[in-house]
Design a protein around this ligand. Structure first.
Ligand SMILES: Cc1cc2nc3c(=O)[nH]c(=O)nc-3n(C[C@H](O)[C@H](O)[C@H](O)COP(=O)(O)OP(=O)(O)OC[C@H]3O[C@@H](n4cnc5c(N)ncnc54)[C@H](O)[C@@H]3O)c2cc1C
Length: 298
């Protein structure tokens, strides 16, 4: 295929052909993409996206694939993975970390050092870049509380620093999500000195609670819907009798109704169908529009 050969000739990093997206998403769904590219560094990343834009080839930056739903019919574009952007520097309470670094791994590492502020993130299986993009959060905290600034590539291929106020963090969204074409390369996070024993105790307690209440033994992408004002999506879905309901391999978890699990062989299309059906029935029963937290990638 000439696109793959062209990309190989650019010599920007590793190119994986015949890539199957279900191997790169936590739902374990998704068909083939044209290829996956893992750029060596930021200059190579810019060379790559310039080529893709000039040739009108679609692309998607993928973190850990823990918030996306690809169709099993495939993705007619190139996947960019920032696995090589995994630098980490800890200077007292300041953390400089690459976008490809895993958020939960970072949270555990800094917590063990007695830095407080990232306890919320130990159960979030995303990359730093993906977490900044969607302002990942839990327990009344989120990335907006700890990110000082991020280094990005802009849609006109410049490297720029965006500060916290520029990033417009709000509930599960940010400037990066609302403005297409920005790629997060690195984040600077500021934490506070705390007591490592107390921090680790809290983390253990929350981990126990997550294991008890969430179907972590199955492939999923965490909560499907945002909680509507003054209500819980899981409670509404449970109340209309959807716990355990499935379409093909996509099933509403028996443990937590705001989780859809891949119960074996689910497709992205089946997950989407199940999401639409729940939205329709919740609308009919309660006149509430449930908003999806996960992203359909077409
Ligand atoms: C078991 C489980 C529990 C979860 N719990 C939580 C939770 O408590 N709170 C919560 O908020 N989320 C939770 N999630 C969802 C998910 O982990 C987060 O949304 C996470 O931030 C997604 O990161 P990712 O790297 O996997 O992003 P991906 O799913 O790979 O991508 C998501 C979006 O981010 C974009 N993106 C990724 N990297 C970059 C980058 N470097 N620059 C620009 N854009 C980028 C992608 O293009 C895509 O649009 C959970 C998921 C699972 C499976």
């Amino acid at each position: 295929m000439h696109i793959i050969n062209d990309i190989k000739r650019l010599n920007v990093g590793k190119v994986i052909e015949n890539v199957v997206l279900k191997d790169y998403t936590t739902y374990k769904v998704g068909g083939k993409a044209i290829c996956m590219v893992i750029p060596d560094d930021e200059n190579n990343l810019i060379t790559l996206i310039k080529y893709l834009d000039e040739n009108k080839i679609k692309y998607k930056v993928l973190g850990n694939g823990s918030n996306v739903i690809f169709n099993n019919s495939g993705y007619d574009g190139v996947i960019i993975k920032l696995d090589n952007f995994n630098n980490l520097k800890i200077i007292n309470n300041k953390i400089i970390v690459g976008a490809g670094y895993m958020l939960n791994k970072l949270a555990l590492r800094v917590s063990r050092l007695g830095l407080t502020g990232m306890e919320f993130a130990t159960g979030i299986p995303g990359s730093v870049g993906g977490a900044v993009y969607m302002n990942a959060g839990a327990y009344k905290s989120d990335m907006g509380y700890i990110v000082n600034s991020v280094k990005v590539v802009t849609p006109d291929y410049k490297i720029k620093i965006l500060y916290n106020k520029d990033l417009k963090f709000r509930y599960r969204t940010s400037f990066l999500k609302e403005n297409t074409g920005y790629i997060c390369l690195e984040a600077t996070i500021i934490l506070i000195k705390g007591n490592s024993e107390e921090i680790m105790e809290l983390i253990e307690e929350r981990k126990k609670r997550r294991i008890e209440t969430q179907p972590l033994e199955y492939p999923s992408a965490g909560s499907v819907f945002r909680n509507p004002e003054g209500n819980f999506a899981g409670k509404l879905i449970e109340d209309i009798g959807y716990k355990g309901f499935s379409i093909g391999g996509a099933k509403v978890s028996e443990k937590h109704a705001n989780f859809i699990i891949n119960n074996g062989g689910a497709t992205g299309e089946q997950i989407k169908e199940l999401i639409s059906k729940i939205q329709k029935d919740i609308k009919e029963k309660y006149d509430i529009d449930l908003k999806v937290e996960q992203e359909f990638v077409e």
